[in-house]
Design a protein around this ligand. Sequence first.
Ligand SMILES: CC(C)(COP(=O)(O)OP(=O)(O)OC[C@H]1O[C@@H](n2cnc3c(N)ncnc32)[C@H](O)[C@@H]1OP(=O)(O)O)[C@@H](O)C(=O)NCCC(=O)NCCSC(=O)C[C@](C)(O)C(=O)O
Ligand SMILES: [Mg+2]
Length: 357
Amino acid sequence: MRSAKDFFRPLAVGAPAPVRDVPFRPSRMIHFFDPGNEKMAAKVPSIAPKVDVLLGNLEDAVPADRKEAARAGLVKIARATDFGDTQLWTRVNSLDSPWALDDLLTLGTEIGGKLDVVMVPKVEGAHDIHYVDRLLAQIEAKAGLTRPILVHAILETAAGVGNVEEIAAASPRMQGMSLGPADLAASRRMKTTRVGGGHPGYLVREDPAPGAGEGAPRPTYQQDLWHYTIARMVDACAANGILPYYGPFGDIQDVTGCEDQFRNAFLLGCVGAWSLHPVQIDIAKRVFSPAPEDVAWARRVIAAMGDGTGAVMIDGKMQDDATYKQCQVVAGLADTLAARDPELAGAYAAATEEAAR
Ligand SMILES: CC(C)(COP(=O)(O)OP(=O)(O)OC[C@H]1O[C@@H](n2cnc3c(N)ncnc32)[C@H](O)[C@@H]1OP(=O)(O)O)[C@@H](O)C(=O)NCCC(=O)NCCSC(=O)C[C@](C)(O)C(=O)O
Ligand SMILES: [Mg+2]
């Protein structure tokens, strides 16, 4: 690990200075598309204004014989499109694949100035981030970039989960982390065959009721397969000033299950999730924007708490320094999102006015 003094020094002569703080830009949905798929690529100009992050995916879901086409497609789309304040990200191929080096070199030199974040799959430890960190610094210097490209790790191997804290702390370039439930399940030898979500077999069953006869029904409750990993990821990210995300939900038709999975992640501290299909964009937008009534409540508590110390009662509930801080999280997020989303700004203002009556 570099010394504290060296941590914020560029890793190559001529590379831009690393960021001190990860800029918090709305990223409720990271919308995946295959830049080599002409039908999907044609939708980019109309989808870009509707999403917070647009991600050109080069890794899994892109067939091996179309990897170069996807890379070239992303360069073409990035050059031709004005993304406004929508972020452009990419997911490069895994570092042990035949394509990762050319993905980083080509995208960094050709469209590095437009690329906000590089998502790196199957990160196993800090060593993977250190490799990408130095390489990106060399590429930035070569391309004359003035702003560093940030790095996002996917948590999708058992080793990665074991090393999650060191990954989060590995570089000032680290922007955040997403859960990759499909590869993680395979790596852990879990017995699921899905991309995220629950499983009906992972449950707890109520004890038999006293005196109930044999065979009397005993309710079961499906449990969350991902609670442990998401909670670990959130703690590692929060402790290192970077952002946690739930990843993909593969059952596109199960919009209710998707919304529940996203909301669990939101409540636990995640700032966004991936949308794999246009139908998931609005789900993520709804879930990862705090509800207007929650924002109104948060603003009410903040107003009542004055300098944020002491204790007050509001509607029979005790508020103190710690609830004040929670309310600042909700209200601060709402302010950031409202600045990008006028419809949301209107809904927050109306709810706040209503609550004040
Ligand atoms: C699921 C699929 C095959 C269904 O695609 P489809 O064409 O069968 O669906 P559809 O409902 O018929 O599509 C309707 C229209 O929407 C378009 N469309 C459809 N999707 C998109 C999109 N994303 N962006 C833009 N447009 C899209 C599609 O082209 C079509 O256009 P049309 O009306 O002109 O015919 C398709 O949506 C897709 O390929 N999505 C992206 C999949 C992907 O990126 N997977 C990798 C991420 S998950 C992962 O990697 C795991 C992880 C983290 O690594 C780990 O857990 O380990
Ligand atoms: Mg994966």
